[in-house]
Write a protein that binds this ligand. Sequence first.
Ligand SMILES: Nc1ncnc2c1ncn2[C@@H]1O[C@H](COP(=O)(O)OP(=O)(O)OP(=O)(O)O)[C@@H](O)[C@H]1O
Ligand SMILES: [Mg+2]
Length: 463
Amino acid sequence: MAKGRLEQYLTDLSRGLERARLTANQDLLLQARPTRSYSMRQCARYLNVSYQYLTKFAAQTTGFPPGQTKGRERVFNTHELMQIRILMAAHAKRPRDYLAWRSPLDPLPVISFASQKGGTAKSLSAAHFAQYLSLNFGMRVGLMDADPQHTLTLYFAGGEEGVGLPDPGTPTMVDFSGLYPSDDAPFTDHDGTTLDSFFLPTGWPGVRIVPAHSETSEGEIQIARLLRANPPGKRFYRYLRDAIDTWSTAHPPKTEPGDVLGQGAGALAERGIRLEHIQDALTETLDVIIIDYQPALTLFQLNNVIASSSLVIPQTMKGFDLATLATFTNGLLGMLQHILAHDRIEVGAGEHMLLPTIVQRSNAQDIAQLTTLMENCPGEILPLFYLRSDAIANAADVYQSAYEYEPETRGKKKGMDRFVENADAVNDAIAGRIWPHLSRGHADTWMDAIYSDGDDQTPEAAE
Ligand SMILES: Nc1ncnc2c1ncn2[C@@H]1O[C@H](COP(=O)(O)OP(=O)(O)OP(=O)(O)O)[C@@H](O)[C@H]1O
Ligand SMILES: [Mg+2]
């Protein structure tokens, strides 16, 4: 039978997009990543020590990575930065100052970047938050991509250690949640080891991802099927939550941050750095899970909400988008109340926050909406926001974050540095709400600059 008109149209469009190289660029994803390296000064900032202290520590410590020489500077990649962190923890009185790893009794935070509206910077915010936690605290981050568009996966796929772009056979959150039937049950109750295997390595040390691809949309269909099958002992909103519980029980934190290289700094000097010890400690557990949502409020996304301790709701200040925020809030509240009427579970025990995004300071309407929201929801909204940036598009073109992207020209570098300052401030604010002791002051510094009227140094004035 000849192709129908729509089928023909989509076939032609798909071929055209491939010719135009507008499908995900595999070449880019095959390069080692993150490509970025960081100067001694930048490392000192991430480690929260002075430059002088770090250079002295480097000179005196066995096993300090040599890094590379770039111009007149010594630079380090993300793996070397992690190695430095581990060394500093081994020598420190309070190792958690350098490796903010969970203690065995600490709960596992599950932080969701969620909104019903598309294009509100959910994926950008989630990716930058994950990388901020890795760069600044050496956290072991588990990413979950809940969106068939797989934007978050593109931020992290690729690289030598990492996986390439997932193919249709790669397990996704739908597999993790056990939503497919097994031979003898309408769903699959995976054990902890199997669940752990669904977290694939990325090029970032300690950061792993359950990726997404087009089949992630099967999640919705499978839940609908299970709703009808109504398997005993399973509730339609608990698939992900139960799976995370199983994984988490099987993978508690074991290694203390000061002991990654074996007990005591003395032993370290003798034995030097054992990379396999580091790898084991980096993969034995996770310190946080971050979920990036599909722009929708579906039963699959509801499973994500029920599994989460915290919601971060990225939101632009545009009228249509704000209307969706009310729909999302009320829709989610209705679903939650329905569940809580029948099930006495604790949902979302952590901090929740609205994060204004892509804010244009020169746009009076953006500022008016932002002010109205801050006046009416002062406890619910973060007091800072992501500014719209032209620079970020360059990084997005190559599937990179502002933390990974290295601009070539001075002009581009300025814009990117400004975005990094903005991202640090936002991430410091989010992290500070969830782990108050991890606040680094970036949020306050940025807000002081942005709220001081007429100051030409404010981030957007130079945009
Ligand atoms: N602060 C910003 N300045 C300029 N562009 C931005 C900013 N934040 C995000 N963007 C751009 O907006 C687009 C949407 O961002 P992103 O993919 O993170 O949103 P999303 O909410 O995850 O979208 P979706 O709902 O489709 O999942 C992207 O092209 C991104 O690069
Ligand atoms: Mg997205």
